[in-house]
Design a protein around this ligand. Structure first.
Ligand code: ATP
Length: 455
């Protein structure tokens, strides 16, 4: 894990948030290559779940919402994690994490049961001190809206993007008149005041989610649930190229389910620090639409023209954390090999997600005719492959190593043969080197785009 964190920083994927001020716990900043990888993750998701379908409506709702949203949704009362405090240092910990670290599986335990188990087993804080009682800690960030600063101005930064879709259900129904089943999709930031942010970008306080609320007839929920479980898996393996053997579906026991869910299956991934939740799928029933209809007084029911019935649709929610996908891709791709006693680090990204699809170099930097030809190849190719990099720093071996470390599938080198100076048959051909095998082939410039795009 340390190697991955250090590579992520060294190569401009992820930096510590507010680093020059010593950081801010639970926040991370994505650097130039991180943004490119993140956008690939998001664009592949948007393509599969929105663009390629006819039944999905994209939205982008405000992060700040009327506080009544969070009362009706149950988050003010129920969005909490079990907190326990070291009585001496007053440091705070997740009770379930301390149990896990002591070899006890906290799955299925209530806060009271965790409290009892911690006490029975005499589990102490990481500093060796006694622990207080386990309490439920609400994870929503409070903020105040406007200048008055009184109670009535309190709202919350959204802890999930989902509610932005439920409150726009009627708007989408009124403008597009979709028939069931149909869904709404959104990519955006969410905020959770995690008790103990940790494991690099795995558990953070400011996160990005990609969520779908898919509305169905109540009796059809199971069919759609199973369908989306499969779609989630296809997105992970076919679109992102994550290794199938690292992916596990785990049914969530009733006591661990979120307050709105009647059935949940988490997809877990073998991260370097263990098998942990990557994404989720929940059957939210009519909980949210029902609660908002009641609290707002606005009718959020659906009228089925064919059966002449009026009812509140039920909802299946596939939810994805962008940061956790990013970390799964990074850790799944991390590889080392050894040649002639030298260790090489490389990222085996699938070309779908690689932040740089190919790099173009002149063999030598101090030969103007080589540089000019290489620039020509680069400029032409960049029109067809926007995620293309120019690199003329250091010698060719160093460039290969740098590109391997950022997971670039192909390196393209323009040399004297390209110029046609040593016999014409190699004129306008270049060397293409493959990342994983190090194999080099000679290809005409005209075939480069096809090679890099894999078609
Ligand atoms: P966990 O049990 O790990 O705290 P959760 O069950 O609370 O997660 P959900 O409420 O289902 O998570 O959130 C949906 C998705 O959002 C998760 O599957 C995960 O990918 C992502 N996510 C949730 N909390 C965080 C966080 N603190 N940092 C990064 N990603 C998160």
């Amino acid at each position: 894990m340390e190697k991955i964190v250090s590579l992520a920083k060294r190569r401009g994927f992820v930096y510590q948030g507010s680093e020059i001020y010593g950081g801010l716990a639970g926040t991370w900043d994505y650097g130039p290559l991180g943004v490119a990888l993140k956008k690939n993750i998001e664009n592949l998701w948007w393509k599969r779940f929105v663009l390629d379908r006819e039944d999905m409506y994209g939205i982008d709702a405000a992060l700040l919402m009327n506080p009544n949203v969070w009362k009706a949704s149950g988050h003010v009362d129920g969005f909490a994690d079990p907190l326990v405090e070291d009585v001496k240092t007053h440091r705070r910990y997740r009770a379930d994490h301390l149990l896990e670290e002591a070899g006890v599986d906290p799955k299925g335990m209530t806060a009271a049961q965790m409290d009892q188990t911690l006490k029975e087993k005499g589990i102490r804080s990481p500093d060796g001190n006694t622990l207080g009682d386990v309490k439920q800690f609400n994870m929503m960030f409070k903020t105040s809206i406007g200048a008055s600063g009184d109670e009535s101005s309190i709202s919350y930064l959204r802890p999930e993007t989902a509610q932005g879709m439920f409150v726009n259900f009627k708007n989408v129904m009124d403008t597009f008149h979709p028939k069931l089943p149909f869904g709404m999709a959104q990519i955006g930031k969410a905020f959770r005041n995690e008790i103990a942010p940790r494991d690099f970008i795995f558990r953070v306080r400011e996160l990005e989610q990609m969520e779908i609320e898919y509305f169905v007839r109540p009796e059809d929920w199971r069919k759609h649930f199973d369908y989306f479980l499969n779609e989630q898996k296809d997105y992970l393996t076919k679109d992102l190229g994550l290794p199938e053997q690292y992916i596990h579906s785990v049914e969530v026991p009733a006591v661990d389910r979120a307050h709105y869910s009647k059935h949940s299956v988490d997809t877990e991934f073998d991260f370097p620090f263990g098998q942990k939740e990557l994404l989720g799928l929940a059957y939210r029933t009519d909980f949210d639409l029902g609660a908002h209809a009641k609290a707002s007084g606005v009718d959020l029911s659906y009228y089925d023209e064919e059966t002449k019935e009026r009812f509140t649709p039920h909802c299946i929610e596939p939810t994805f954390g962008v940061g956790r996908l990013f970390l799964a891709i990074l850790s799944g791709a991390y590889a080392e090999d050894e040649k002639n006693g030298e260790v090489r680090t490389f990222l085996k990204f699938s070309s779908n997600v690689a932040p740089v699809k190919a790099a173009v170099f002149p063999l030598l930097k101090n030969k103007p005719e080589l540089v000019a030809k290489a620039r020509e190849v680069y400029v032409d190719l960049k029109v067809q492959i926007p995620q293309l990099m120019w690199d003329d720093n250091g010698n060719i071996g160093k460039r290969y190593r740098r590109q391997d470390e950022i997971g670039t599938p192909y390196c393209i080198t323009i040399d004297f043969d390209t110029l046609g100076e040593s016999g014409d048959e190699k004129k306008d051909t270049v060397t293409v080197r493959e990342r994983d095998t190090g194999e080099q082939t000679r290809l005409p410039i005209s075939e480069l785009a096809k090679k890099v795009n894999g078609s």
